[in-house]
Design a protein around this ligand. Structure first.
Ligand code: MG
Length: 225
């Protein structure tokens, strides 16, 4: 039996919330530490994951590496802020069309497809966002930046864990929305599918061939895997 492992990013890939996300993240530092983040060009950080960027911001601003409690506090404020903003205006956060149906399809065909999540976000906010778009994803298949600095580590772990369960994959695919995601897949020597929800053509302009705007209809996605 041919089994495929499909691993998804969250932000920009399963849901879209960039503007509100940044705003809430920045606000969490303001609320928790009365701190204005000077460098909000996330791509300029060595690893673009929430956990790494948070550690780096606190280290740069205070001169001390943060303890677990401090990071937990920022996560809590960030999650709280997200909830406040989304309660105020739920149009600011959208599921990428077809997402729910796609996961239903994979669950119903779990002998052929295994799925996982590798997100640069925090576990708490990732769970909240998935819940918000109506996806009930098994927590043990969600890898977040809480425990890993890079997506490479998360994906390797997901592959390893599944392999140790004696599943041999004939294909592993990472689905993401940024050039960084493409680079991660390339480095791991796995396939990549780009999601260009806003249709700005950026991924295609980088020479990436497998790019779609959303998962509706699902056949469009299935044709690429
Ligand atoms: Mg993303």
């Amino acid at each position: 039996m041919n089994v495929k492992l499909i691993i998804f990013d969250i932000d920009g890939t399963l849901c879209h919330s960039r503007y509100i996300d940044d705003k809430c993240y920045i606000q969490a530092f303001k609320k928790g530490l009365d701190l204005d983040i000077k460098n909000t060009d996330w791509n300029s950080y060595k690893h673009v994951t929430d956990h790494f960027v948070t550690k780096q911001i606190i280290l740069t601003e205070t001169g001390n590496p943060p303890g677990k409690d401090l990071i937990e506090m920022i996560i809590d404020y960030y999650a709280e802020e997200l909830k406040i903003q989304l309660d105020k205006d739920d149009t600011s956060f959208t599921a990428i069309p077809g997402v729910k149906r796609m996961f239903e399809y994979f669950y119903n065909n779990s002998d052929k497809y295994k799925t996982g999540i590798a997100t640069g976000g925090f576990r708490k906010t990732a769970m909240y966002k998935l819940d918000k778009i109506g996806i009930n994803f098994p927590e043990e298949h969600i890898y977040s930046s809480n425990n890993y600095d890079t997506k490479q580590e998360m994906i390797r772990e997901l592959m390893y864990r599944n392999i140790s369960n004696k599943i041999n994959f004939d294909k592993v695919i990472y689905v993401g929305d940024r050039e960084y995601d493409f680079q991660v897949a390339k480095e791991l020597n796995i396939d990549f599918i780009g999601i260009d929800f806003k249709g700005n053509g950026k991924l295609r302009s980088l020479g990436i061939e497998n790019v779609i705007n959303n998962y509706d209809p699902i056949e469009k996605f299935l044709a690429l895997i």
